[in-house]
Ligand binder design. Structure first.
Ligand code: KIV
Length: 266
């Protein structure tokens, strides 16, 4: 077996220009398919609220849900790094963040993910100082959908773009180990990726990020709702089934053929 992936591995991949392939999983069987197909990190996303639970947003997902699914996913992973989401409002205060990050790490997470930039700087500083690796999440923040008024691209106006560049720097300075950039114009995502040393993992953010993540149900064409435009069904026309679809995704991310222009907002 190859060496288990750590946050250091991902940083080295960024430095050497090797693209990072990430997918979501919510149970042990799926996680083990992703792990064996060579995915670098498995994300236990609160997207499970939509694709597993059939909710219309991630807001109803609880920490109990996240802990349960993190425990299952960790059992399926031998090599891939396990990143798990802190659920809506579970890091609204430092005390809550400490308690809930502890729960996720003890369930098997190796990195905790939280949404926001300057608003969560203190949380990131505190968690990372105490030995908890953190993945930040900028751009479209699904947990803030009610405040944003919908699932829309972020950073299209120049003041918003400047704000995202500033926030990326702030979360890096706070000690974050990596950052997801969701639904950000490709040129801006590339600029952010070049301006910080920590890996950027894009979703709907073009090919200029250091890695890519998709919701596994979307890339297999089995999402409960509609599949986002930036996603791609890797199962269609695949003779090797799900394992083949995941391997095709890893290959396409590594060689830069995904995302292409059809899956990118310029
Ligand atoms: O919840 C999730 O699955 C996510 C990824 C899609 C980035 O946040």
């Amino acid at each position: 077996m190859n060496k288990p992936v750590s946050v250091t591995t991902l940083r080295q991949m960024k430095q050497s220009g090797e693209k990072i392939a990430v997918l979501t999983a919510y149970d042990a069987s799926f996680a083990s398919v992703l792990d064996e197909a060579g995915v670098d990190a498995v994300m236990v996303g609160d997207s499970l609220g939509m694709v597993v639970q059939g909710q219309d947003s991630t807001v109803p997902v609880t920490m109990d849900d996240m802990v349960y699914h993190t425990r299952l996913v960790r059992r399926g992973c031998k090599r891939a790094l396990v990143i798990a989401d802190l659920s809506f409002m579970s890091y609204a205060t430092l005390d809550l963040a400490l308690m809930n990050a502890t729960r996720l790490m003890q369930a098997g997470a190796q990195v905790v993910k939280l949404e926001g930039g300057e608003a969560v700087v203190e949380v990131i500083q505190t968690l990372t100082a105490l030995g908890v690796p953190v993945c930040a999440h900028l751009g479209l923040l699904p947990q803030s959908v009610n405040k944003l008024g919908g699932y829309r691209y972020q950073g299209k106006q120049s003041d918003e773009a400047q704000g995202l560049l500033r926030e990326a720097k702030a979360i890096e300075d706070a000690g974050a180990d990596m950052v997801v950039l969701e639904c950000v114009p490709a040129e801006l995502a590339k600029q952010i990726s070049q301006s910080i040393a920590i890996p950027t993992i894009g979703i709907g953010a073009g090919a200029g990020t250091d890695g890519q993540v998709l919701v596994s149900y979307d890339m297999l064409g089995i999402s409960a709702g509609h599949r986002p435009r930036f996603s791609h069904n890797f199962l269609t026309g695949q003779s090797e089934g799900i394992t083949g679809a995941v391997a095709a995704y890893v290959k396409a991310v590594r060689n830069g053929s995904f995302p292409d222009a059809d899956h990118t907002l310029a």
